[in-house]
Design a protein around this ligand. Structure first.
Ligand SMILES: [Zn+2]
Length: 148
């Protein structure tokens, strides 16, 4: 497993930012993810994220991947940590998460680290960032049907 050296300003940035998908968006995919809330994340991830100064209610972005099966839907999303990867495998192409090592935390939740910096919050944009990517398979809980 990779390890990350982080700096202390992450929690402050997450408290300060006005952004945070999916609460920012009114589309069905984001509303479903928002309705799931903290249950989209295993407890071990939630406590790790808190240690890193991340507010899991404020993802940088989520993307619904169109993989709808048996009432469940797959999302990709990410958070940023101010710091750098100091150990462990990282993708050769540092702008890509392709080749990143995905770690299964549960059957329905995976994480990877990369040096991508997709849509950082303004409060973090000038810093060195590690991107904490996740894949989360969650139930479709809205009354409206999955739009396909
Ligand atoms: Zn949306």
């Amino acid at each position: 497993m990779e390890s990350v050296r982080r700096s202390c300003c992450n929690r402050i940035a997450y408290q300060a930012t006005k952004r945070g998908s999916p609460a920012d968006c009114d589309c069905l995919y984001c509303r479903n993810f928002d309705a799931i809330g903290d249950a989209a994340y295993p407890a071990a991830f939630a406590s790790f994220a808190d240690t890193m100064g991340i507010d899991i209610a404020k993802t940088n972005e989520i993307v619904e991947l169109g993989d709808f099966r048996e009432g469940r839907v797959l999302y990709e999303g990410w958070f940023h940590v101010v710091g750098s990867i100091v150990e462990g495998p990282v993708p050769l192409d540092l702008t890509s998460s392709v080749g990143a090592t995905w770690h299964h935390m549960t059957e329905s939740f995976q994480v990877s680290l990369s040096r991508r910096r997709d849509l950082p919050f303004d409060e973090l944009a000038a810093k060195d960032l590690v991107q904490l990517n996740f894949l989360s398979n969650v139930p479709w809980v809205l009354d409206e049907p999955y739009p396909g």
